[in-house]
Design a binder for this molecule. Sequence first.
Ligand SMILES: C[S@@+](CC[C@H](N)C(=O)[O-])C[C@H]1O[C@@H](n2cnc3c(N)ncnc32)[C@H](O)[C@@H]1O
Length: 319
Amino acid sequence: MNSQFAADVDAGLSKSSKTLPSKYFYDKKGDELFMQIMALPEYYLTRAELEIFTEQTPLLIDALGMNKSQHFELIEMGAGDGSKTKFLLKGLLDQGYDFDYLPIDISGNVLEHLVETLQPELLSLSIKAQQGDYFEILKTLKDSHAPKVVLFLGSNIGNQSDEQAAAFMYSLGENLAPGDRVVLGADLIKPVDVVLPAYNDSQGVTKAFNLNLLTRINRELSGDFDVSQFEHAPEYTEEEGIAKSFIQSKVDQTVTIGAIGQTYSFKAGEKVHVEISRKYNKKVLAGILKDTDFNLVNTLKDSKAYYGDFILERSASES
Ligand SMILES: C[S@@+](CC[C@H](N)C(=O)[O-])C[C@H]1O[C@@H](n2cnc3c(N)ncnc32)[C@H](O)[C@@H]1O
């Protein structure tokens, strides 16, 4: 993991427009900070999706299109703390569905926390947690022939560019069978005064979350980032529909990363791009699905229409 981390950091910081990969946000501290972000007043995303999962549970269960008499797998990519999924799981158990829940997450901490909190609440739930990168794990989905529902919630898809999201959805479709479904949670395009505060909260938790990536590099890769000399700088316009997070250097400085054996220069005001949060509408969705065999069968939205859970069905391949 560390050699991959080092290679990814080196690749990103060696570009003319520097980047750092957002998947490394989630160490123990990052997991804790993300849980705090989800509870922030400005961070409407989690509450909006939670409202769908709590207020529209029967509709959501119907939309999954599963048959009560047939065993299926409910796979969650990037499960996090599972706090929204819990309501769906409970609803499925109450209605007598026969299924295994397979949460996948890159963070072992988060998965441990998920199992420890979920299992005592839902004693009859069969949980098969798997730690790893969902880009890799999705290639193994075909190993089982059970019908499948894949949850990809929390606007996780929005952390990928449209090209990456299209490739991801294509790969997901390739590894599912006709009739399998996907619940794709996505934040919807809306004005800047709603979106930007979600990435720039007044308590500075999002800032701490982003800058923690530098602390992680210092600890795990023997870096010497002076974190106080970097700023959190998010951007968003409704026209583009993409929230972007940058770590910005406050001064001209150099940073050495021991595990890579390299020194990197930063100019005052230079930005390191760390994450995008793509917002969706039907057109953006159609764009990323155009080369796949997925059909949109339903869309569930919260009461403010801030957020959508798109229900997709894998149709029979035309080739
Ligand atoms: C934005 S959180 C969303 C969590 C949850 N799905 C929700 O809706 O609240 C993203 C989660 O995905 C996990 N994650 C990020 N990149 C991943 C990857 N490539 N493979 C597996 N898990 C990943 C993180 O550890 C984190 O728990």
